[in-house]
Design a protein around this ligand. Sequence first.
Ligand SMILES: *[C@@H]1O[C@H](CO)[C@@H](O)[C@H](O)[C@H]1NC(C)=O
Length: 289
Amino acid sequence: MASSRCGSVSLLVSVFLAITTLALGGNFYEDFDNLFGDVRVDIKDAGQSMTLTMDQYSGSGIVSKNEYLFGRFDMQIKLVPGNSAGTVTAFYLSSQGENHDEIDIEFLGNLTGDPYLLSTNIYANGVGGREMQYYLWFDPTEDFHTYSIDWNPNRIIILVDDIPIRVMLNRASIGVAFPTSRPMRLYTTLWNGDSWATRWGAVKLDLSNAPFVASFKNFNANACVANQGGARCKRFNGGKSSILGQESKKKMQGVLSKWVVYDYCRDLRRYAHGLPYECRKENQFDQFQ
Ligand SMILES: *[C@@H]1O[C@H](CO)[C@@H](O)[C@H](O)[C@H]1NC(C)=O
């Protein structure tokens, strides 16, 4: 009895080692493939930095070679300056196939002097519609800032310069889908979203400002690589505890009280027939716990 139990434990351990590895650090050459835009993807500094360009013919983007199952992903980004209306710069994780999972950070450009909108969304089991949108407390075109997705089996945290701006807890126990089983690839893209992005599509891309260029550097992944679809990597916890410390909570509360432009959980017009399950009062855990 004891020995068979021990045997199955060591079998589990070796299966775990076979299907997952921990990826640390990051390099644009080594970690990504070109997704679209050919030479509009320009990798420099031995893979430490990159620009994406959009012109009248195409945007551009890269996709990670690896599929990840949990991890923390950091990217320093300097957004398209000047008149960026209609452009969308995106940094996101997505699985493929039906009922996909996705964790999005998207920057919607604007006319010169008008603020960028940072739009986040989370799809679980094919269901999205969980947008939360923010203005930033700095000019994101002036300098690089760090944007992060930290995903483990317990929660997803989206951060700006290490300040959590959004937390989604795993509430599968009360029936809310949460991404835990589909490996995702990491994408970084710049594309024309002028059918909807700026003032809901009213302001179009002005190609006389092309080419549009966004800059990226110091990509970092502290993540589990899934070498086979569906692999589990339960041990990963993002390198940090699953709960926010006092200081982070305070900073997050500050952002939520000042910078949120749109929160799907408050959109009673869109969800006139009932808010999504996780938004209902009785299901709202303290997201700062
Ligand atoms: C662009 O600027 C306008 C005016 O300040 C603002 O209402 C809007 O939210 C900004 N962002 C987008 C993506 O439209």
